[in-house]
Write a protein that binds this ligand. Structure first.
Ligand code: GTP
Ligand code: MN
Ligand code: MN
Length: 393
């Protein structure tokens, strides 16, 4: 009884969209361990287990202070036997044998290296591993056919592994803004994804583009991409019309005008900070060589070939949404991925509604609920508004 009283018991709601999760994580060792197991499960085609570990990690991210003993976790949601065992191991022995074993395993290491290539998913990596390919070198020697995305991913592997900084995200934002207003005056861009949640670094930069007049955004993406290409900003791009039939958004079936969502997965060529003021068109391959040769003379000494470059590759995602769907797109693309998943689960299980990045459908009323802001969507869902900085579940 006395023990019980001394223990700080935490209380956390079970849906991540009922919690405020800032970037101030008090249990990084535990959440890193659970996230690694989640990643391993996802890479092994065990999505159910992956989600379970993600949920467990998210509960710990929401705690107001470090966990010191498993008794504190009594009554917390989403902590299954497996996750509790991992947590106990770390609290009592300083490490989890399962996590350490996974980290060291050749299979996990190979899956990580290969899926870190842009354009390579778990299925492809799995197939390559079965063919004895465990490293980038082995992949290059293997004569495997790579698609255009994978070729670009391999070519820019080192750059794309480097986290993108907020400063770089802002620099890209200025370029995208210039592109967008050049081809459609009045169009607006919004930073989404992790940077909107206040993250200081990201694996890419995500932007949502819209125009205040419904319909003006139609056909915008190809124009933006052409502009960016003509200015030499794109190392790779793939534009897709995002028909809602192929989207993984579940049963929220937008009306027929909603298959216009366009998106572009791209790799930007971003000039180094000191060069950014000048026009990117000057930065042709010839120029890069000339600058490289020049820098060899003026810099301290010779550097490896990549050290001469005055630019880096950055992954950028662009999404175009009609203004009528903007609030849903904004909410759906701000993340985190788990927060989004939990919002949809809440909508479906607790409210009999279907939420997607296009729309909110009320199954009981049999109609779509219009919204012009994220706040309105939270209200429809019977949720307290959670700002982006507290959606870091
Ligand atoms: P980092 O980029 O790793 O810093 O984190 P992030 O949160 O920005 O992740 P990411 O760029 O992968 O995704 C940003 C948001 O877009 C997340 O909330 C995803 O759920 C959402 N998202 C990504 N891909 C898709 C997609 O294909 N469809 C929809 N509807 N949403 C997506
Ligand atoms: Mn992102
Ligand atoms: Mn992205």
């Amino acid at each position: 009884q006395i023990d019980e009283a001394e223990v700080v018991a935490f209380s956390v709601p079970s849906y991540a969209c009922l919690r405020r999760t800032t970037l101030d994580n008090h249990n990084p060792v535990l959440t890193d361990a659970l996230s690694l197991l989640a990643e391993n499960a996802e890479l092994s085609d065990e999505d159910g287990r992956g989600v379970a570990f993600r949920r467990a990690a998210a509960v710990l991210k929401a705690l107001p202070e470090p966990v010191t003993g498993v008794t504190q976790l009594r009554g917390l949601p989403c902590l299954g036997g497996h996750s509790l065992r991992v947590i106990r191991d770390i609290l009592e022995n300083g490490a989890s044998s399962e996590v350490e074993f996974t980290k060291q395993s050749e299979r996990f290491k190979a899956l990580k290296v290969l899926t870190d290539i842009f354009g390579v998913g778990a299925k492809t990596a799995e197939r390559w591993i079965r063919d004895g390919i465990h490293s980038l070198h082995q992949l290059q020697e293997s004569g495997q056919t790579l698609n255009r995305a994978q070729q670009a991913g391999l070519e820019h592997y080192d750059d794309l592994k480097q986290p993108v900084t907020k400063a770089e995200a802002d620099a890209i934002g200025e370029i995208v803004e210039e592109a967008v207003v050049s081809v459609l005056p009045g169009a607006q861009i919004t930073l989404i994804g992790g940077f909107r949640r206040g993250k200081l670094t990201g694996h890419d930069v995500d932007f949502l583009i819209t125009h205040p007049e419904e319909g003006r955004e139609v056909g915008l993406m190809p124009k933006v991409v052409s502009w960016l290409e003509s200015q030499g900003f794109l190392l790779y791009q793939k534009t897709t019309r995002n028909s809602y039939l192929e989207a993984k958004d579940g049963p929220a079936r937008p009306a027929s005008n909603m298959d216009r969502f366009e998106r572009c997965f791209s790799i930007f060529k971003l000039a180094d900070a000191e060069k950014r003021g000048t026009k990117q068109t000057e930065n042709t391959p010839e120029d890069t060589c000339r600058l490289a040769a020049h820098s060899q003379v003026t810099d301290e000494g010779p550097k490896p070939a990549s050290g001469h470059r005055r630019w880096r590759a950055v992954r950028v995602d662009l999404v175009v949404s009609p203004i009528s769907q903007f609030a849903f797109a904004l909410l759906g693309w701000t993340g985190s991925k788990l927060f989004e998943r939990e919002l949809r689960r809440w909508a479906g299980h607790e409210k009999a509604m279907s939420l997607s990045s296009h729309a909110l459908y009320d199954n009981k009323q049999g109609r779509y609920l219009k919204a012009t802001s994220e706040e309105e969507i939270f209200t429809y869902l019977g949720l307290e508004y959670i700002p982006p900085s507290e959606r870091n579940a």
